[in-house]
Design a binder for this molecule. Structure first.
Ligand code: FAD
Length: 318
């Protein structure tokens, strides 16, 4: 089976979610070709995809593709699927992967499934498991078309180093003006050193912190851990924190290795944004706070005493 994997990058590096997509494709057991778009990716980054299971990497070395130009990306991926005779396109279930996959599926007439959590079952037909209802349930989906597109949920694929190598080849596609009908003209980087949607560790604060003047201790703990900062919805509604930090059903959905919730009650709408986290630590003075039911570790007590002590202990341990 020939599998194409769309590789996203940021600041010259291949994103971890795309390495997961390559590893997922390799675990499917097919011949894996990765494709990267733009001229702002380090070539060593492309070569290293061989170590995760790609045998070939196609590189469209075109400056116009450095920002997420969704229409152009979709045209290139549709053409690359055709040229590589790829039966399956695998990509990250991301803010870029999702609109791109929808367009490619129309262009090539593919069955598309997003939020994929497991490898496909190909024993009879082609079935995949996907997460639904913000991670509260799963659905098994059968894909009936010849071509298939799978958008893989973050942390769903295990990254294994294969020791393999990949050849990197230049690849080009004729693009028209309509492929650049909408393009990003500039971007403003969010405040904070680590971006929330990508973060491996998140320290998040809720209304229990009483006011914006108390966020220093959240930032200190986050800095010590190399974490991003997040918050509950009321906190951003009250302008204690910027809206891009709002985590939950109506905010950012995070999937870090570690989510530390400080002074957050654990309402269902907040949990919807964090339930893909690997480990959840809850700090709350109310032992009956619902968040403790979702926690791997819980600390019952006053955040104003616990958080500075935790930060101090981490500093001392360095
Ligand atoms: P509270 O519920 O007020 O909880 C504060 C917590 O802090 C309490 O558990 C308290 O025991 C604890 N606390 C107080 N003092 C201390 C202390 N000194 N030390 C330690 N702990 C302390 N919410 C979201 O977060 N994200 C969403 O995306 C979201 N979407 C929503 C969508 C809809 C349609 C609706 C209706 C609601 C949504 N909400 C969302 C709101 C959600 O229902 C809750 O109201 C909200 O999550 C509560 O925020 P909180 O936990 O910060 O505040």
């Amino acid at each position: 089976m020939s599998i194409l994997v769309f590789v996203e990058s940021a600041e010259g590096q291949v994103k971890k979610t795309s390495i997961e997509a390559v590893a997922y494709a390799a675990a499917m057991g097919g011949d894996v070709t990765a494709i990267a778009l733009g001229n702002n990716i380090d070539s060593s980054e492309l070569e290293k995809l061989g170590n995760y299971g790609a045998s070939k990497v196609l590189h469209v070395d075109d400056e116009r593709l450095n920002q997420g130009v969704i229409q152009a990306y979709s045209s290139i991926l549709a053409k690359a699927m055709e040229d590589a005779n790829a039966e399956v396109l695998v990509l990250a279930n991301s803010s870029l992967g999702n609109p791109v996959s929808a367009r490619v599926s129309v262009k090539v007439g593919a069955s598309l499934v997003s939020n994929v959590t497991d490898l496909p079952d190909t024993s009879a037909g082609f079935k995949v498991k996907r997460s639904i209802y913000t991670g509260k349930a799963f659905a098994n989906v059968e894909l009936s078309k010849d071509k298939k597109i799978l958008a893989i949920k973050k942390n769903a694929a295990e990254i294994k180093e294969t020791g393999g190598t990949a050849t990197v080849e230049k690849y080009s596609v004729d693009l028209s003006d309509s492929d650049f009908g909408a393009k990003i003209t500039n971007t403003d980087k969010a405040t904070g050193e680590v971006l929330l949607p990508e973060a491996e560790i998140v320290v998040s604060g809720g209304r229990g912190l009483k006011g914006p003047e108390n966020w220093g201790m959240i930032e200190d703990l986050a800095k010590e851990l190399g974490a991003a900062t997040g918050c509950s919805k009321p906190v951003s509604d009250m302008d204690w924190r910027p809206h891009h930090e709002h985590v939950g059903q109506t905010g950012v959905k995070v999937s870090p290795q570690l989510y530390i919730a400080v002074g957050i009650s654990g309402a269902i709408q907040h949990l919807a944004g964090v339930n893909s986290s690997k480990y959840i630590v809850v700090i709350n003075k109310d032992p009956e706070a619902p968040f403790f039911k979702a926690a791997d570790y819980g600390i019952v007590g006053d955040a104003f005493e616990i958080v500075p002590k935790l930060t101090e202990a981490l500093r001392a341990a360095k």
